[in-house]
Design a protein around this ligand. Structure first.
Ligand SMILES: [Zn+2]
Length: 289
């Protein structure tokens, strides 16, 4: 970085560097010098970016709110995809998954032992006792939003119900650790410790991600990390908190036929909630849920 103090700041604010992000960059340099992983400027969102991401998020939240009101036993997961597709289009957005690396649908619907990336299908009919994650992501004017929620269909077993509730709690425990100038590992380890205390295992091989100007940006976010490790969190960073938590062992495998769906290796149920946040000057702000 060779910006002079009186040059315009890299963030696009139109202010001089010395009265905008100079102190911010100097603080990041201190952490870099100590050997920490620090964010690059291209993942720091401007105020304008955050407004754009929030507008996209309105569509994402509307889709999941609609699913919450209408999901029930007897519908197919294709019905869910149709709702998401219709609402997103009506509100002027584009489902981010549709066509992403060849993915064929507008959302993901992952049931019971499916960890993530379940593909909606007319042949998959929701049954009483199922637990299902519906994961939506939206593009609006080039801005990306992403979140997922769990739904219990009718009555399920006490173990599956507790898993669903506990993973939501795990996300809240992780969110409480999100503060600027602390580390992603502080958040990840808080989630992992809570899940372990309840006898669960957190999926190791798939994590969260930066999101906003791209669907998947830096950093990759682990939920089994250690305090004081992983990337430094700074204001303007936007990423997902989305632990995948298994009732049994953490190992997973991918469906060889469709190339997408991830299952638990031991067949145990899995649950996930996903929110997207932006780090602020004193904590975080929720963007999607
Ligand atoms: Zn600036």
């Amino acid at each position: 970085m060779t910006l002079g103090r009186n040059d315009l700041c890299w963030c696009g604010s139109g202010k001089k560097y010395k009265s905008c992000h100079l102190a911010f960059d100097q603080k990041i340099d201190l952490f870099r010098d100590k050997g920490h992983i620090v964010p690059s400027h291209d993942i720091i969102k401007s105020k304008e970016d955050i407004e754009g991401i929030k507008a996209s998020a309105k569509i994402n939240i509307a889709c999941l709110d609609y699913v919450a009101e209408h999901i029930r036993a007897g519908i197919s997961t294709q019905d869910i995809d149709d709702w998401v597709s219709k609402i997103t289009a009506e509100m002027g957005g584009i489902p981010a998954t549709l066509g992403y690396e060849g993915y064929p649908k507008s959302c993901c619907t992952s049931i019971n032992d499916e960890v993530c990336h379940g593909i909606p299908s007319e042949d998959v009919i929701l049954q009483d006792g199922d637990i299902i994650n519906v994961d939506c992501s939206t593009i609006l004017n080039g801005y990306f939003s992403d979140s997922s929620r769990m739904f219990i269909i009718g009555e399920t077993t006490p173990e599956k119900k507790k898993l669903v509730e506990d993973v939501k709690k795990a996300v809240e425990i992780g969110l409480a650790e999100i503060k600027p100038w602390r580390f992603l590992g502080d958040m990840g380890s808080a989630i992992n410790e809570f899940c372990k205390s309840q006898g669960y295992e957190v999926v190791v091989d798939i994590g969260g991600h930066g999101c906003g100007l791209e669907f998947h940006e830096e950093p990759w976010v682990s939920y089994v990390s250690k305090p004081g490790t992983e990337m430094l969190m700074v204001p303007g960073m936007c990423f997902t908190v989305e632990p995948m938590v298994n009732l049994g062992r953490h190992e997973i495998f991918q469906d060889e036929d469709n190339g997408w769906t991830i299952y638990t290796e031991d067949g145990s149920p899995s649950a996930q909630w996903e929110v997207q946040i932006v780090v602020t000057e004193d904590g975080y702000e929720m963007i999607t849920y």
